[in-house]
Write a protein that binds this ligand. Sequence first.
Ligand code: A2R
Length: 313
Amino acid sequence: MKKALIIGGAGFVGNYLMDYLNKECGWSVAVTKMENERIQKEKVDIYDLDILEKDAIVEVLNSVKPDYIFHLAAQSSVKLSWENPGLTIDINIKGSINLLESVREWGSKPRILMIGSGEEYGYISPETVPIQEETILHPGNIYAATKACQNMLSKIYSDAYQMDIIMVRAFNHIGPAQSPIFVVSDFCKQVAEIEKGKREAVIRVGNLSAYRDFTDVKDVVAAYALLIEKGKKGETYNVGSGKAIQIQSILKELLQLSSMEIKIEVDEAKLRPIDVPIIEADIKKLVETTGWKRKYELTDTLKETLNYWRQTV
Ligand code: A2R
């Protein structure tokens, strides 16, 4: 039986990935979390690990002896990366190097999936949409720059040390339990709070004109599992739906799912210092390599996420 290790497994994606690897792939699963985080799952071995402590990574590798490593640990918020660039650089760049160096020193050659972001592409001209993996990167924010750096370092480790590393650029993924610092969760939480009378009937929004490529997180983790088996060493794969949708349309759909009369107000605090107008993935390489196909429709994911917040607030 294959042994998978998820680094940074207590976050949004980790939670879905654990279930998928256990139930759909039938692999044995170990996960790491930060000391202050909690994971309540059966059939999963749990380790505390801060990736800024390199020696601790080697200890986990020695205990788990993974065939596959999914590197999810990150400071994953664009907003927070503007507010705390130093921390973002430490976790996303230094943390990734710590992992790569630890695996190199460990000696065995597990397959490693390094999770990056569609944000890495940054400013792209309309004719380069949908974005292919070879597109020149113009990261437009600090988070994106750290993930672009993680991708480059991973490629260098793969080539220089013949390590079995595959890189992903994941576009926006959404679903129940995502932090409300991300746009869809934020909108759903606000609508649920308005319905419960916990706030006035005004939804506060940022830039509604941007186009982003949204995929259900369950489809995203299925792509990760396929890529770690079928991806080619040293290659980068986009993971997304292949279709960008305007944030405005998402908001419209969500407001239609509510029976309340809700006003829209722009909140200056939700606007970014610089925002990329359109991000849409070309997913040919992913599909051709793995046969991946999206299973969940956006409308259903929006309903599920809104219902999650209705039960949570
Ligand atoms: O920041 P926390 O306490 O929520 O913990 C996050 C964890 N993490 C770390 N793990 C180990 N050592 C660190 N120094 C460290 N700093 C943060 O990584 C969290 O539990 C996990 C990342 O999960 P999320 O922030 O929920 O990200 P998500 O949505 O699961 O995305 C997974 C990956 C990330 O690399 C994103 O940048 C990419 O997919 O899109």
